[in-house]
Design a protein around this ligand. Structure first.
Ligand code: MEV
Length: 441
């Protein structure tokens, strides 16, 4: 494709309508593009402005379906779970698993821990031993200087849990890190953590500037950067389902429940030894997790990044879920890090995120961790069940049928007939095209 003509300086300063018109000129039919993109603006200008201001250079909205997975039993509590996802069959897969496990004791979940991490990366040229000797004093100074900032969080039971100095000078000359642990309560806490860390950076500089008995060059620290870590292995949730193997009878018409449990376990074990399969397997888990994370206005990139790092904790990228079969009991489990918030950020700003939380019963952040992880395990169960029985395409393409019909501009009546016709046939783009041709003749 040809390179696009550069947009002149000042694009971000243009009014939204001008931005849209300018961008429309890059299309074959600018007028049509303006109309199309504008048709996705909210009719209520005030509501639209809210969305515009979530980000920058907004010219329209990009819609993704908001669906519901009804009746998800977690720790004996029934949840109606909103899922925001564009991929057909994810909500259906989650709902099918929720129904299946709802009849077998439901999902069980526990939050392992909620600690999050932030880092002050800095350079200092003095004596290492001396730095470690000074560290208790530095720590007191950092805590004192952020006392006001952390007061509210401490009142809610959170705040700074501890910090330690790490010596990385063997890898990078003069480079040290202060690794800080936080409990941010029901907030995802990114802004809180980053603000505290930035103050730590300033305080560290002040502290050294005041050390008059140190040589002049050692009274300076270089603050390289201060930022939270999205690696949150200690902000982690465990969710599992289990049942006697006989309760898996009937999943595969040719296998007993006991035999099927072994086959299912093999499929999950493969994702523990083979990175290609592990990646797809975990992607299926994030189909469910991301959908809830997005529906609640949380940061799915952060959640995924932490998950993939956690999946590599044994030195190789592996499945996040695992199966055991002991004493005739099938146990399927998922353990994942998950930094979520139920207050602050987009969770309070996005009108639909707010409604999602309300529908979920206004959960605490730890409770929301259990819900999102459950949907991950639910999707993982349905995916592996399909893969190990009838294959993924049968269900997938059935759900995709509507997308194909829409792409081929089928009428409502044609859609109805197509759904009837493909009930017992394999769906493919070519097959649907041929079927519609037949109808249209
Ligand atoms: C598709 O979005 C997800 C799956 O590929 C997951 C898996 O293979 O386990 C079906």
């Amino acid at each position: 494709m040809d390179t696009r003509e550069r947009i002149k300086k000042g694009f971000s300063k243009l009014p939204k309508e001008e931005k849209l018109k300018l961008i429309a000129n890059y299309f074959e039919n600018p007028g049509e593009v303006v109309r199309l993109l504008k048709s996705y603006w909210h009719a209520d200008a005030k509501k639209q402005q809210l969305f515009d201001e979530f980000s920058e250079n907004t010219i329209t909205n990009f819609f993704i379906p908001y669906g519901i997975s009804p009746n998800v039993n977690i720790n004996g509590k029934n949840y109606i779970v909103p899922m925001v996802i564009e991929e057909s069959s994810v909500v259906a897969a989650a709902s099918a698993a929720a129904k299946f496990w709802g009849e077998r004791g439901g999902f069980h979940a526990e939050v392992v821990d909620v600690r999050k991490v932030g880092q002050v990366h800095f350079g200092w040229s003095g004596d290492k031993e001396q730095l470690f000797a000074l560290f208790p004093e530095i720590e007191q100074r950092l805590l004192a200087d952020t006392d006001g900032m952390t007061e509210k969080m401490r009142k809610r039971g959170g705040g700074i849990l501890g910090m330690r100095l790490i010596d990385y000078t063997a890898q990078i000359p003069d480079y040290y890190q202060i690794r800080v642990e936080f409990d941010t309560g029901d907030a995802m806490g990114a802004n809180f953590i980053n603000s505290v860390l930035e103050q730590f950076g300033h305080s560290l500089q002040d502290f050294f500037a005041e050390q008059s008995d140190l040589p002049k060059e050692q009274r300076k620290v270089e603050i390289i950067m201060t930022i939270l870590s999205n690696n949150t292995p200690d902000c982690r949730v465990r969710v599992w389902v289990e049942c006697p193997v006989e309760q898996l009878d009937g999943i595969d018409e040719n296998l007993s429940g006991a035999e099927y449990a072994k086959k299912f376990k093999k499929a999950v074990d493969i994702a523990h030894i083979d990175v290609d399969r592990a990646t797809t397997h975990n992607k299926g888990i994030y189909n469910g997790i991301d959908a809830v994370v997005i529906a609640t206005g949380n940061d799915f990139r952060a959640v995924e990044a932490a998950g993939h790092t956690f999946a590599s904790r044994n030195g190789r990228y592996e499945s996040l879920s695992s199966v055991t079969i002991e004493d005739g009991v099938f146990h399927f489990e998922l353990e994942v890090p998950m930094a979520l918030g139920t207050v602050g950020g987009l969770t309070s700003l996005h009108p639909l995120a707010k409604k999602t939380l309300e529908l979920l019963g206004n959960p605490t952040a730890p409770e929301l961790m259990t819900i999102a992880a459950t949907m991950g395990l639910a999707n993982n169960f349905s995916a592996v069940r399909s893969l190990t029985t009838k294959g993924i395409q049968a269900g997938h393409m059935k759900m995709h049928l509507n997308n194909i019909l829409n792409q081929l501009n089928a009428t409502e009546e044609q859609k109805r007939q197509a759904h009837e016709y493909f009930k017992d046939k394999t769906v493919s783009f070519a097959a649907v095209e041929k079927f519609l041709e037949g109808l249209r003749k």
